[in-house]
Ligand binder design. Sequence first.
Ligand code: PLP
Length: 402
Amino acid sequence: MISEKMRPLAENNSVIRVMFEEGKRLAAIYGAENVYDFSLGNPNVPAPDEVKESILEILEEEESAFVHGYMSNAGYEDVRETIADSLNARFGTSFGVNNILMTVGAASGLNVILKTVLEPGDEVIVFAPYFVEYGNYVRNYDGTLVVISPNTEDFQPNLEELKEKITLRTRAVIINTPNNPTGVVYSAQTLERLAEILRQKKEEFGTEILLISDEPYRELAYDGAEVPYVTRYYEDTVICYSYSKSLSLPGERIGYLVIPDELQDSSEVFTAATIANRVLGSVNAPSLMQRVIKRCIEKGAHVNLAAYDRNRNRLYEGLKDWGFSCIRPEGAFYLFVKSPIPDEQEFCRQAAKYRLLLVPGTSFACPGYVRIAYCVSYEQIERSMPAFGKLAEEYGLTEDKA
Ligand code: PLP
């Protein structure tokens, strides 16, 4: 029954999901506390109290027909206005209601914008390592994914290769900062150079190139790291935002797109994206969650970043002490560690013997590395350290240190 387009997807069920299942299997044998599952980016830090408070207030104070009813496909106007005002206050932008389109999380936002702009055969450029679902989203609209190889020196995007890979068919470039899986934040200098290249190429080819900034981790930045606001660097930018990580609400499916006035044909794009939201079947973002977001912004709600920061420091220092090599993440909740052997999938299999579940970099088009998601309890990190130690010993990393 299933279509040829769906068949490969059904057959290649994500590696991360497979790991998740493996975690459950091992937990049943050894006990959950003896399995160190670092495979999923599912926030362990609870949603801030303001989320529950807001839900209760809304149910008490707002009219049921309003709270649970249909609204404009772009979302409630007062919610969009609150988001625009908050962005303007924080980033010096000047967005209004008609620049914010509420979506069913970042996954939906990316699909909406890709459906809005892609013709079959159009190319969408991504920088490895990248969030694996981008490939599926681009293929949904018969686009072609073009992958730029990783810059393993500091994991800022490889802009020299970008210059070479932009063609007449390039329709969009997706960036993700703070980054999954590296934790790297793209610097202002990187964004300036990226914008310059895109402008040069648009002029050279007489085309339009959209920059899509996928930002579910924007608020998860440590040590006061600045996460530059991308619309300030390049006019043809759409921001794809989600509250999945910033308010620990991944199951609630709530986020938004920013479609700025500076974007070429902005209001036409906004209207088309609103219709894309509808015809893709989401119709509008969840109503109750939109109302919750408005109140959470007004209350200044934010997730407990200190908990992730504590995990980050413990894990980074612990792995370095065992002789592993990785860059210190500035944002998100992932550590990208160099595999001690080139075949990182084999390394992950060895790690699983010590009940450490890590995701191979091949899943992000970056072999030779593994991703550790540290959105887990601090206790899990503490308990896992001896297992990492044994793994390090197996690969002679501890001897190298001595
Ligand atoms: N983009 C990146 C880089 C992600 O890591 C994720 C989720 O892990 C998403 C998008 C999807 O987020 P959402 O839950 O908002 O759909």
